[in-house]
Structure formats: structure tokens, C-alpha cells
Design a protein around this ligand. Structure first.
Ligand code: APR
Length: 165
């Protein structure tokens, strides 16, 4: 069962890696970023500082510290500007690059939040379609990744993913 959706607080998932919807500084923020930093503890910020940030669509790995997850894959989603500034391609890159990083690091299970659909205002329906399609397209290149979870914070998001899966 490689792809599944569930409704949960991503900081509670005991997977090899949870994905953080970070910002370019990688120095923490609100939303899921804030929740992950709070749960992981201050050592996370200490590891993030020297990483020199992260470009939109890229992904960087840290340890999970106090989280049940072993690692965190930090990725920066696009801010929604109406769909005219390559947002779809950048969002797809977040999912693809996070999976490729999990593959190269030998991680078998990964959980994604609904990247960019909070503060960054990406329409959830469009984002969910991109998330599922880009994961399906990348999985053949990631044979070591056996379990992909779309971790929805709301029942509405869960319904979107369940309809797509
Ligand atoms: N577990 C799972 N999902 C969560 C959690 C959580 N604990 N908290 C929030 N979410 C969900 C939101 O409901 C939304 O569906 O994560 C999704 C992404 O929302 P944001 O966290 O706002 O992320 P994003 O829209 O990508 O904006 C990133 O917000 O927090 C700042 O530092 C972050 O500047 C960056 C920006």
C-alpha cells in the first residue's frame, strides 16, 4: 500500500521522515513548520542554521530529534500568486525532490503535509492533484520508498486526497 491519506498531526507520525512545509530561511515559522520545530525541540534550529536556507522546490534533510520521526525533510513550497508564476511546477518539485532525497538516504516511509495550502494560500484542490500526481510520477525512481502518507490536518483535506487515491 504505497500511497495513503490520513488525518493527523504530522508531528505524531513514527515514520522515517516527515516533510516540513518550511520557508526559504529554514529558521522556523508558523503552521506545520512551527509545530515541527516545537515538537522537535531547539536542536532542530541549531541544525538548520548552517544549512543556509532552501530554495523553493528544493529539499534538505535534518534529524527529527524529539519527534517520533527519525528525520525531517524540509522543503519550501511556492506562494500562490494566481497560477501564473510556475507555482504548479514548483509544488511538484517539492514532492519529487523530497522523495528523491528519501530514496538517496535509504528512507522507507515518508509523510507529507499539504504543502503551500496554508499560509502560502495554494488552492487545496489544485495542490492535492499535484501532490498525488507528482508522487506517482516520482515513485518508480524511488524503489526504496515503500510507504507514502499524505498527512491531512483537516477532514476536508482528507476527503480531497481520498477522492484522488
Ligand atoms: N500536521 C499536519 N499538517 C499541518 C499541521 C500539523 N501539525 N499544522 C498545519 N498543517 C497543515 C495546514 O493545515 C496546511 O494544510 O499544513 C498545511 C500547510 O500549511 P502551512 O503550515 O501554513 O504551510 P505553507 O502553506 O506551505 O506555508 C509555509 O508558513 O509556517 C510558515 O514557515 C512557514 O513561511 C512558511 C509558510
Amino acid at each position: 500500500m504505497p500511497l495513503r491519506a490520513l488525518q493527523a498531526d504530522i508531528t505524531t507520525l513514527a515514520v522515517d521522515a516527515i516533510v516540513n512545509a518550511a520557508n526559504a530561511s529554514l529558521l522556523g515559522g508558523g503552521g506545520v513548520d512551527g509545530a515541527i520545530h516545537r515538537a522537535a525541540g531547539p536542536q532542530l534550529l541549531a541544525e538548520c542554521r548552517p544549512l543556509n536556507g532552501c530554495r523553493t522546490g528544493q529539499a534538505k534533510l535534518t534529524a527529527g530529534y524529539r519527534l517520533p520521526a527519525l528525520h525531517i525533510i524540509h522543503t519550501v513550497g511556492p506562494i500562490w500568486h494566481g497560477g501564473t508564476q510556475s507555482e504548479a511546477g514548483l509544488l511538484a518539485a517539492c514532492y519529487r525532490n523530497s522523495l528523491l532525497l528519501a530514496q538517496t538516504q535509504g528512507l522507507r516511509s515518508i509523510a507529507f503535509p499539504a504543502i503551500s495550502t496554508g499560509v502560502y494560500a495554494y488552492p487545496p484542490e489544485l495542490a492535492a492533484q499535484i501532490a498525488v500526481r507528482s508522487v506517482r510520477e516520482a515513485l518508480p525512481d524511488c524503489p526504496g520508498v515503500h510507504d507514502v502518507i499524505f498527512c491531512c490536518f483537516s477532514a476536508a483535506d482528507l476527503a480531497l486526497y481520498e477522492a484522488l487515491l
